[in-house]
Design a protein around this ligand. Structure first.
Ligand code: F3S
Length: 412
């Protein structure tokens, strides 16, 4: 080991930083080391996988595309398995969805630049549904905030909330700084949340997460009293909880007593921690709902839907037909499984669309004439307003599907 300022680097790392592995690797190492220094890391840590956000042309624009092309031209290549977050369109059905041709062309160029760098175009925020489930304790560098939360909290892997460029740098360097959530001491709870409100649905979980994220900001909440016995698929509830807290706050790790893998570790819940009690979810629902009645688009699958969630939608819609647009967004591989199981055909027969590679937030829905959205996702409800200027309704999966059938929102 030798020293580059306060961050200890191995001989190999020093050589990479000095440009001996080429300019693309040097640039990646400069970013990784600069961040390590800013956040007080003492050394770097190899990462097993990288999930890269910043894929939609809607967010990148031409400047972002140019940046990616230049890095790829310099010879940048991922050293570890790396995967892309959703893009701004379904790569196969963009025309059907009404995506403008020039957007589609620019989006394809973004994906081409990433694939040249060896980043797999998985285009999903739920890589854990397509076989990428980092082991407990393993170090990764993921960037989509709900995926980060899932990897840390549900799987017990270790990642900070990387930005798009920092995740890409980690992929090219194969490492990241050993700071923040890579270290034991920062994985302890900063606050205990006593849940006294009844939680019985994915929507309730989202409302709880919206409240908790606002209270905790970027802390590490420890939930006590959160009963998940109402669902046979608790991972879907945890996925929704993490996504909501990452959107309303900046929570990247949480623990649920008796459920998540680190919740039972000694010292995870310090004795002097702040205690908050949530008695009622009404304020969470209010935060996510506008006064809107007419719905243009109903969107489920934020984070991307599991095969079982797609199956549930298909069963609900059997023999019925929707009046609004209905998108259920998912990973392409999950869509293909659903296709084989006949689920896609059932949803399409009812007029819905199983949309892969993208989602309602990163797709340019405002260009499709969409003004109002109903969703069962707290994250989508929050971001649809801020990212796309949509009016939103938020409720249970059943309420959303009813709205798709009638074109109107019923209920509180
Ligand atoms: Fe995923 Fe898009 Fe939601 S990236 S978490 S579906 S906003």
């Amino acid at each position: 080991m030798s020293h580059a300022s306060d961050v200890r680097l191995t001989e190999e790392e020093r050589a990479m930083l000095a440009g001996e592995a080429g300019p693309a690797v040097r640039k990646a190492m400069e970013i990784v080391v600069a961040l390590a220094r800013i956040y007080g890391a003492r050394h770097l840590v190899p990462v097993e996988s990288v999930q890269v956000a910043g894929v939609s042309y809607k967010n990148l624009g031409d400047a972002g595309l140019q940046f990616l092309r230049e890095w790829a031209d310099e010879g940048a290549r991922a050293r570890v398995p790396a995967f892309l977050n959703p893009a701004g369109m379904d790569l196969q059905r963009w025309k059907e969805l009404g995506i403008p041709e020039d957007f589609a062309r620019a989006q394809a160029a973004v994906i081409e630049a990433y694939t040249r760098m060896g980043i797999a175009p998985s285009l999903t925020c739920t890589p854990y549904y397509i076989g990428l489930r980092p082991a407990f304790g393993s170090h990764v560098a993921w960037s989509e905030s709900s995926a980060v939360s899932f990897a840390n909290s549900v799987l017990g892997a270790r990642t900070n909330r990387e930005g798009g460029p920092s995740a890409l740098a980690a992929a090219i360097a194969g490492r990241t700084g050993a700071y923040s959530l890579h270290l034991d001491e920062n994985r302890r709870a900063t606050c205990l949340i006593e849940v006294r409100a009844p939680v019985r649905s994915i929507a309730d979980i989202g409302a709880l997460g919206a409240l908790a994220g606002e209270l905790v900001r970027d802390g590490v909440p420890y939930f006590r009293g959160l009963d998940l016995s109402w669902t046979r698929r608790p991972e879907e509830a945890l996925k929704a909880l993490g996504a909501a807290m990452a959107a309303s706050g900046a929570v990247a790790l949480y623990h649920v007593e008796g459920v998540t893998p680190e919740a039972g570790l000694p010292e995870i819940l310090p004795a002097d921690v702040r205690v908050l009690t949530i008695h009622d979810l009404t304020a969470g629902y209010q935060k996510l709902n506008g006064p809107l009645e007419e719905i243009d688009l109903v969107s489920l699958g934020c984070p991307h839907a599991s095969l079982e969630e797609l199956g549930e939608v298909a069963r609900f819609l059997a023999g019925r037909h929707v009046r609004t647009r209905l998108w259920i967004t998912t990973a392409r591989q999950v869509r293909e499984q659903a296709e084989r199981a006949g689920i896609v055909a059932q949803i399409e027969a009812a007029g819905g669309q199983v949309v892969a590679d993208t989602c309602v937030i990163v797709a340019p829905v405002e260009l499709l004439g969409v003004r109002s959205l109903a969703t069962n996702s707290a994250k989508a409800a929050l971001y649809a307003r801020s990212h796309s200027g949509l009016e939103t309704r938020f409720g249970t999966t059943e309420q959303c599907l009813e709205a798709a059938l009638t074109g109107r929102w019923r209920g509180p």
